[in-house]
Design a protein around this ligand. Structure first.
Ligand code: NDP
Length: 244
């Protein structure tokens, strides 16, 4: 059944973002699917969702670390379609290295993509969402690395800890506007981002003794997106098999 609510998902071309798109489409949301470069994957995803769930999807392509490009693309979208009900800030990258060997570029690209995107994507969207005077949902994607720190990921841990702080602060600003702002912090999830080598080394620290599936992260996002979650804001929901 159609909900007549639209959700924008950044980084929807694969992995966790793609699983979120499937879950929300199955629940009746219309979608704005976004990626940086994988447009053909995004087009075939939109086609599958249309066929399976009658989902209306718009497609957006921009680099979330590029402030001007993000603003342009989002303002164009807003002018045509108005403010979305929900936003899932999911796009992200890693560039792992031991800190002494970490290059400036590895630091900058991860901070600009994972944390810079909080501003670049949400700043153009927040006032239109507020002005719509409807309940809304913002969900950001942190990581267990942002909660507890992780070896070889000083850049990534910093970006994902920053996301938690930004999410909690924005939640306070938007609470009385009926827009909830929450964070999901996945552990080790089976996607292209996690190499076999990393998975083998990290699985020892997962009490569940297995990797999580993208669908298990999507389930948490779907709950936070729902009407039932209207009194939950400023929270970090971990999906990590008991890692912390
Ligand atoms: P994937 O590498 O599978 O997918 C990443 C997605 O982000 C792709 O759609 C990609 O688009 C998009 N993306 C990356 N960089 C940019 C950019 N600069 N501009 C626009 N889009 C971009 O990653 P996951 O699905 O594993 O991760 C999704 C989120 O979950 C990330 O924020 C990640 O940090 C977080 N996370 C993942 C964990 C895991 O174990 N997998 C654990 C904890 C958190 P394109 O294909 O076009 O490049």
């Amino acid at each position: 059944m159609k909900l007549n609510k639209t959700v924008l998902i950044t980084g929807a071309s694969k992995g966790i973002g793609r699983a979120i798109a499937y879950k929300l489409a199955a629940e009746g949301y219309d979608l704005v699917l976004h990626c940086r470069s994988s447009m053909s994957e995004l087009e075939s995803l939109a086609g599958s969702l249309q066929k399976e769930f009658n989902t209306d999807s718009s497609l957006l392509q921009f680099d979330v670390s590029d402030r001007a490009a993000s603003k342009d693309a989002l303002e164009n979208y807003l002018a045509k379609a108005g403010a979305p009900y929900g936003v899932v800030c999911n796009a992200g990258i890693t560039a792992d290295n031991a800190f002494p060997a970490m290059l400036g570029g590895e630091w900058d690209s991860v901070i600009d993509t994972n944390l810079g995107s909080f501003y670049n994507v949400l700043h153009p969207l927040v006032m239109p969402m507020v002005s719509a005077r409807r309940p809304g949902r913002i969900i950001t994607m942190s990581s267990v690395s942002g909660v507890m720190g992780n070896r070889g990921q000083v850049n990534y841990s910093a970006s994902k800890a920053g996301i938690i702080g930004a999410t909690k602060a924005l939640a306070i600003e938007l609470a009385k506007r009926n827009i909830t702002v929450n964070c999901v912090a996945p552990g080790l999830i089976e996607t292209d981002m996690v190499s076999q080598e990393l998975a083998d080394a990290a699985i020892k620290s997962v009490p569940a003794q297995r990797m999580g599936k993208p669908e298990e992260v999507a389930a948490a996002v779907s709950f936070l997106m729902s009407e039932g979650a209207s009194y939950i804001t400023r929270q970090v929901i971990s999906v990590n098999g008991g890692m912390i």
